[in-house]
Design a binder for this molecule. Structure first.
Ligand SMILES: Cc1cc2nc3c(=O)[nH]c(=O)nc-3n(C[C@H](O)[C@H](O)[C@H](O)COP(=O)(O)OP(=O)(O)OC[C@H]3O[C@@H](n4cnc5c(N)ncnc54)[C@H](O)[C@@H]3O)c2cc1C
Ligand code: SF4
Length: 509
């Protein structure tokens, strides 16, 4: 049997669908599970609230693409607007709009989870085969020298001059033409993401995929046949339209750490851990301003990372320290991150082709919570801890020195008030950054931990099979289960973990 993608904004849905397995979310976690389950002969339905965008439908226009490809049109943020919380909202999920960095869970983190949290399936030797399979799904390879652009090379040049450890990253592109718009989708389908790999295989094996299908509630979680209430959306995904019930013996929630917890909370499913222990991994951009043309928008945005200060086996937190990675955004996003408006803003953007930007990736300890009010309104509470601020200041200082060493005229820290650093001595001013709420453009691309996996119900929201405590056959297969930050980039960890959990599920159904 061959499955299909059905756009429910264009086709009237039936009143109800009955299936063996219903998967909510079509990203790295959901698509991987859909593929493996369908290939094993299971009847699979996937619900995805985003639309399907491939090839030239990914128009490289940032206004329209952020609107269509990001959750809440890219406007989601923590309760006090301190952290912009970004998530894909499209068939294939975040893999469609991410920068293709492939970073598996480091051995130190796997060991930390197995020993400190009792997650025995994540012990390095047991997890190795799932990591290898995930790398295969992604066609992972080292980014070739020919595709490393000037902006990334500037970061590398500065790091090498300062004697800092760094690396050219692995990626999941095949046939990349260096068009530079990864963050709003690849118009030539060069990303080996869930939309291009797992979902076609799932469909070939019979999975039925529904887009513009938002799961709003899971009822009868304790019964043999669970009931998912679905609202179809209009073609642009703005408004809810008709209603549909999906009945399934197994429900897998893989909607991303925030959305998965939101759905469970709205459904009244799970214990007191659901929604808690959120990590956001807030990242801060920093911009080296050069006199020469850099054209950071040309080519792969992110290929080099300074890893000197990253710790993979911190005894208390697992992943700790920080890393610095080159990045570039489209003009819309860069102009919104500059701490100027009016004429200074225009003058700043006039230097767009002479900027080399980086993200300071600073892992955090769980310090947030997803809350859903009675009226369904979502709030993401998040407190930035002082240990996060301290490492962020250190990272600003290091990144500024690195760009200055590579020949930058000055380095802009886009906080309010902004900081302009022109010498290694001035870089010490980073120590004065206060990071008061909403004064720094902190970005979260890696939400984790809201339904923590734990061997005992006392310590987490889901068991070692990913089954939500208090339910039978309701699971979370995404980063919700990660007890601490899995990696500096979490697509590969989610695929590997979903592969492991799906393999276990297949022995139990
Ligand atoms: C800008 C950006 C850049 C990133 N860069 C990298 C990178 O380079 N490398 C890396 O490893 N990671 C990166 N990440 C992170 C990575 O892409 C995500 O963590 C990963 O895609 C998450 O996978 P997931 O399956 O958990 O969720 P997602 O991929 O987010 O998929 C969940 C899907 O569920 C859908 N959904 C949500 N709620 C519902 C509902 N109620 N009903 C139906 N559908 C629903 C959403 O629309 C979404 O498509 C990046 C993330 C962002 C935002
Ligand atoms: S840089 Fe490569 S992968 Fe990214 S959008 Fe351009 S062609 Fe696609």
């Amino acid at each position: 049997m061959t499955g299909a993608i059905t756009d429910l904004s264009k086709q009237a849905p039936p009143e109800a669908i009955t299936t063996e397995i219903c998967i909510i979310g079509s990203g790295s976690g959901g698509a991987t599970a859909a593929r493996l389950l369908a290939e094993a002969g299971q009847e699979v339905v996937v619900l995805e609230e985003g639309g399907d965008f491939v090839g030239p439908q990914l128009t490289q226009r940032d206004g329209a693409m952020y609107d269509q490809l990001y959750m809440d049109r890219g406007g989601r943020a923590s309760h006090d607007l301190s952290v912009s919380v970004l998530q894909g909202r499209v068939l294939g999920g975040g893999g469609v709009i991410n920068t293709c960095d492939v970073v598996p869970i480091p051995e130190g983190v796997l060991h930390h989870w197995a020993t400190k949290y009792g997650l025995e399936d994540f012990a390095p030797e047991r997890f190795a085969r799932f990591k290898d399979d995930a790398l295969g799904d992604l066609s992972a390879s080292r980014i070739p020298e020919s595709l490393i652009n000037t902006a990334n090379n500037k970061l590398r040049q500065g790091a090498e001059a300062l004697g800092l450890r760094g690396e050219v990253m692995l990626h999941n592109r095949v046939g990349c033409a260096g068009l530079g718009t990864c963050l709003i989708g690849c118009p030539i389908n060069a990303k080996r993401n869930p939309r291009m790999v797992a979902l076609p295989k799932a469909i070939a094996a019979g999975a039925r995929i529904f887009t513009r299908a938002r799961a709003v509630k899971i009822d009868k979680a304790g019964q043999e046949l669970k009931e998912v209430t679905v609202r179809t959306l209009d073609p642009d995904g703005y408004h809810e339209q008709s209603k549909l019930k999906v009945r399934a013996k197994v429900v897998i929630v893989a909607a991303n750490a925030v959305a998965s917890a939101q759905l469970l909370l709205r459904s009244g499913i799970g214990n007191e851990h659901v929604g808690r222990n959120l990590t956001l991994q807030p990242q801060l951009p920093i911009i080296g301003m050069f006199d020469e043309r850099i054209a950071a928008f040309d080519g792969i945005p992110q290929s080099y990372a300074v890893t000197e200060f990253e710790e993979e086996d911190n005894a208390e937190f697992g992943l700790w320290g920080y890393r610095i990675e080159a990045i570039m955004g489209t003009p819309g996003i860069v102009s919104s991150l500059l701490p100027f408006s009016g004429v200074p803003g225009m003058e700043g953007m006039a230097q767009y082709d002479r900027m080399a930007a980086s993200l300071l990736l600073v892992p955090d300890a769980p310090s947030g919570e997803v809350e859903v009010a009675r009226d369904g309104r979502l709030t993401i509470h998040y407190e930035q801890r002082t240990d996060h601020q301290e490492r962020l200041r250190h990272a600003v200082e290091t990144a500024a020195k690195t760009y200055l060493e590579a020949g930058a005229r000055e380095v802009l820290v886009p906080t309010r008030p902004s900081l302009m650093i022109r010498s290694a001595r001035e870089a010490r001013q980073a120590q004065q950054l206060a990071f008061a709420p909403a004064t720094a453009p902190l970005i979260s691309a890696h939400q984790q931990g809201t339904v923590r996996f734990a061997a005992s119900e006392r310590d987490g929201g889901a068991d070692l099979n990913g089954q939500v405590y208090g339910t039978r056959h309701v699971y979370v297969f995404d980063s919700s289960g990660f007890p601490t930050s899995a990696s500096s980039h979490i697509m590969t960890p989610i695929i590997a973990s979903s592969r492991m959990l799906t393999t276990k599920l297949l022995t139990r159904i």
